[in-house]
Design a protein around this ligand. Structure first.
Ligand code: HAM
Length: 426
């Protein structure tokens, strides 16, 4: 069991300064897009009561919980933030102004089997709209995803959002497959979401397994699996009962996305179901066009989540967009930026006699909001210049015995080499 204490636990990451600069660059895009859509940032504890996350539909995310018992309490690290946000909305529902537009960038924990783009912790940008039942909310969210991808430098053709609707599927199955047991629908969705991972035959087996909780007959299972291969919304609508709301919602959503200028970037894809039990309506995922990576982001409508937690029925829709998959895609495309330490000035005193003056220079610069490194110890000037150059600092402030005697600091512009003098502050 002994592990190397110099390594982080498998699947987790240390963020060295260069890693954190990159993370901040990503988060900067997430925050800028959220702000441009009028969203406010929220956060919640990374540790929650385990029961906030335990649902009985056989979801992977529940099996992957990092959980433990402490002082007779069962606690878990959040695998996602959506239930916590629902809890927050429920606690203040009477005082909040709907529709509510909230975003967050939580670190989430899942004990995953690791593959490319899948870690045991990841950061996940979430945007959620609460209190709006119409597809106008879905359209805003999908537009925000594209705005973010565009800002990061991806080309228009690099990513597609694939859209479907659990409501349409439920309505299609209502009078046939689900007639006797409508309550198995969430568990059925969780099973068919595994299609990509385990293939059609294995999904069919799960659906007919009497011990699996869904227990369809072979004919029904075949119908469900074949429905997943539809890529034409018109075909899917034909199989639904007349007047199906899932069909009109999707049609309206595609129409609105046209108004955002996104028609060429969104497609209907019946195989998008999502692996979380709480989705109720439109569901969507973004994929790189080459499909070399797992979903960049995923989301959908979950109008009953708050109710299942004991709160009042409140429509809601949102998405989660991880930091890992997008970083892989940007790296593949050569779009990750070279980030540099942001240092304005280095201040150097030759010795102890000049240190007090150097402190006063650094304090004055910091009061003006500059990022200032005050050189510690007594390195040689040559080494200080080389380090300052490497660190990306713009100016070097030097105080030796001569400068101190004249009451001046020598300022060297590290880009041009130009030298000037300024009075040392008192
Ligand atoms: P999710 O599909 O489980 O949805 O996760 C959303 C995104 O988070 C994924 O598309 C992926 O980019 C990233 N992600 C998930 N798990 C991992 C992992 N192990 N390693 C790296 N990245 C990962 C949710 O979590 C929903 N709560 C999203 C949502 C918000 N729905 C409504 N509002």
């Amino acid at each position: 069991m002994s592990k190397n204490p110099l390594q982080p636990p498998r699947g987790t990451r240390d963020f060295y300064p260069e890693d954190l600069r990159l993370r901040n660059w990503l988060f900067g895009h997430f925050r800028a897009v959220s702000r441009s859509f009028g969203f406010e940032e929220v956060d919640a504890p990374v540790l929650e009561h385990e029961e906030l996350f335990t649902r009985k539909a056989g979801e992977e995310i529940v099996e992957q919980l990092y959980h433990f018992e402490l002082h007779d309490r069962r606690l878990a690290l959040r695998p996602e933030i959506t239930p916590s946000v629902a809890r927050m909305v429920g606690a203040r529902r009477g005082a909040l102004r709907f529709p509510l537009r909230w975003f967050s960038i939580p670190q989430c924990w899942r004990y995953e089997r690791m593959t490319r783009g899948r870690k045991r912790e990841h950061y996940q940008w979430n945007m959620d709209i609460w209190g709006e039942p119409s597809e106008a909310a879905e359209a805003e969210l999908i537009a925000a995803v594209f705005q973010c991808l565009d800002r990061m430098g991806l080309a228009r053709a690099d990513v597609k959002v694939r859209v479907s609707s659990r409501a349409l599927l439920e309505e299609t199955l209502h009078e046939t497959v689900l007639r006797r047991r409508p309550e198995v629908f969430p568990a059925l969705c969780v099973m068919i979401d595994k299609l990509d991972k385990i293939g059609a035959d294995a999904v069919r087996e799960l659906l007919v397994d009497p011990a699996g909780g869904v227990g369809l007959d072979a004919h029904s299972a075949d119908f469900v699996v074949s429905w997943l291969s539809l890529r034409d919304l018109g075909e899917a609508v034909k199989q639904a009962p007349p007047g199906a709301t899932g069909a009109s919602e999707l049609a309206r959503l595609f129409e609105l996305l046209g108004d955002y200028g996104l028609s060429d970037r969104v497609v209907f894809d019946a195989s998008i179901v999502r692996g979380l039990a709480y989705y109720t309506g439109v569901v969507f995922e973004a994929f790189d066009t080459g499909r070399s990576l797992r979903a960049i982001c995923g989301g959908g409508r979950y109008d009953h989540l708050l109710e299942t937690l004991g709160g009042a029925a409140t429509p809601a829709v949102g998405f989660g967009f991880g930091d890992v998959v997008i970083a892989e895609l940007l790296a593949d495309k050569g779009l990750l930026p070279e980030t540099q330490r942001a240092l304005d000035a280095v201040v150097f005193a030759f010795g102890e006699a000049e240190r007090g003056a150097a402190v006063r220079v650094a304090c004055a610069l910091r009061r003006d909001d500059a990022s200032v490194e005050l050189v510690l110890g007594e390195p040689k000037l040559k080494r200080v210049i080389a380090d300052a150059d490497k660190s990306g600092a713009r100016r070097l402030y030097v105080i030796g015995p001569d400068e101190l005697a004249r009451g001046e600091v020598l300022i060297r512009d590290l880009e041009t080499g130009e030298q000037t003098h300024e009075a040392i502050p008192r």
